[in-house]
Design a protein around this ligand. Structure first.
Ligand SMILES: *Cc1c(COP(=O)(O)O)cnc(C)c1O
Length: 387
């Protein structure tokens, strides 16, 4: 959990420094982390790692510690082999070690992709509201950001999306499925339509890169979009251990794509970017995949319960394929956010007008959240009756 470092009211401000012009006046990514009993705001997995896995991590890390005088395996071959086996078993498509690349969180995967395929003079397009880091990492890598729209129900309008792609001819297109913060998943036909539009829009034969961000893939009702990488060297699927694996603190993300994409990101990745400790820990987690996926099943059931009960309370709820639910609607989402906080429950205000996002927690946390929403709606209807 993040705590803020306090400084003396200072002297030098960021804008006094010779920073890049496009960073001036911008704010860093930040989910406010407050010390309240029920924290359902960052899409973390509420379950700590099972004790046998904790033990196994200790063993693997001890082994790694004996070699910490040496640099890690720069290509993380054992880990990538393990990840390829996991994807092959669960993603509906056989992937090889050469098709997998890993980094410190899928945020770093995305950063490496933008350093390789975006950058100054190039643009990336995403359909918003979506994961804010796609825009932020674009900015950080000097890539121009184009904000594409979604329908009112947060699905992607394929014809409108095609038109946006044709008009802007982006170098990189992000498709977040299931989408954060709305929980909306896209089908394979949509991805293929947008992929083809992105290739057609670019004058160069090399085309444009399409990144399918499947950070919440394990929670979806739908099969993974992973099989779409076959025969499409410009289509990348990114994944993470932060959500389904309950290992946000580990910082391990990965991608599956044509081996040429993996070769290409080698051009920008820092040498030895993935520490031996990280590799050892992730390998231990992969040994316990079956247990971790059982927690995913529980969370999916809780997610579905949240959807049903929120609707029963009278909320509008966006159908969710992730481990969170977007609910509303509120005249002022921030007022509702504060009211829930006053009831001891922290959810996320992503700035989507009228809507808030709640992460599926443990059954007890979800009950506390639902009680708080019920209280909010009761207060609201009694106020309306007084009018
Ligand atoms: C949480 C999240 C990520 C994961 O980030 P990590 O760096 O792997 O922790 C990536 N994409 C989306 C859409 C997310 O919500």
């Amino acid at each position: 959990m993040s705590r803020h470092v306090t400084r003396t009211p200072a002297a030098t401000r960021i804008d006094d420094l010779p920073i890049r012009d496009e960073l001036r006046g911008k704010s860093p990514y930040g989910a406010p982390q407050l010390d309240v009993p029920v924290r359902l705001n960052t899409n973390e997995n509420p379950y700590p790692l099972p004790e046998p896995l904790v033990q196994r991590i200790a063993e693997r890390v001890t082994e790694a510690a004996r070699n910490l005088n040496r640099y890690p395996d720069r290509d993380a071959v054992e880990l990538r082999t393990g990840l390829a086996a996991y994807l092959s078993r669960t993603g509906g498509h056989h992937v090889t070690t050469a098709q997998v690349w890993a980094a410190n969180g899928s945020n770093e995967v995305i950063q490496q992709l933008l350093q390789t395929f975006g950058g100054p003079g190039r643009t990336a397009l995403g359909f918003e509201p979506s994961y804010s880091m796609h825009a932020l990492i674009s900015r950080g890598t000097g890539t121009g950001w184009i904000s594409g729209a979604r329908n009112d129900d947060f699905t992607i309008d394929v014809d409108a999306a095609r038109a946006e792609i044709a008009a802007h001819r982006p170098d990189v297109v992000f498709i977040c499925s299931p989408n954060n913060p709305t929980g909306t998943a896209v089908d394979a036909e949509t991805v293929l339509a947008l992929h083809d539009a992105a290739q057609a829009a670019k004058a160069s034969a090399a085309g444009a890169l399409v990144v399918v961000d499947e950070a919440y893939g394990e929670f979806s009702h739908r099969p993974s979009l992973l099989p779409l990488i076959e025969g499409r060297p410009n289509l990348v699927v990114s994944r993470t251990m932060s959500k389904a694996f309950g290992a946000a603190g580990l910082r391990l993300g990965y991608l599956a794509a044509d081996p040429a994409v993996v070769d290409a990101v080698q051009l920008v990745r820092l040498p030895y970017h993935l520490s031996s400790v990280t590799q050892a820990t992730a390998l231990a987690a992969l040994e316990h995949t079956d247990t971790l996926l059982k927690y995913v099943q529980q969370l999916k059931a809780e997610r579905d319960r949240l959807v049903t009960e929120l609707r029963a309370i009278g909320c509008d709820v966006v159908a969710s394929d992730a481990n969170f639910v977007q609910f509303g609607r509120f005249d002022d989402a921030h007022v509702a956010w504060q009211a829930l906080l006053d009831h001891g429950v922290l959810v996320r205000d992503n700035g989507v007008p009228g809507w808030l996002r709640v992460t599926a927690g443990t059954p007890a946390e979800n009950d506390a959240f639902l009680d708080a929403v019920r209280a909010l709606f009761t207060e609201r209807s009694s106020k309306e009756n007084q009018r």
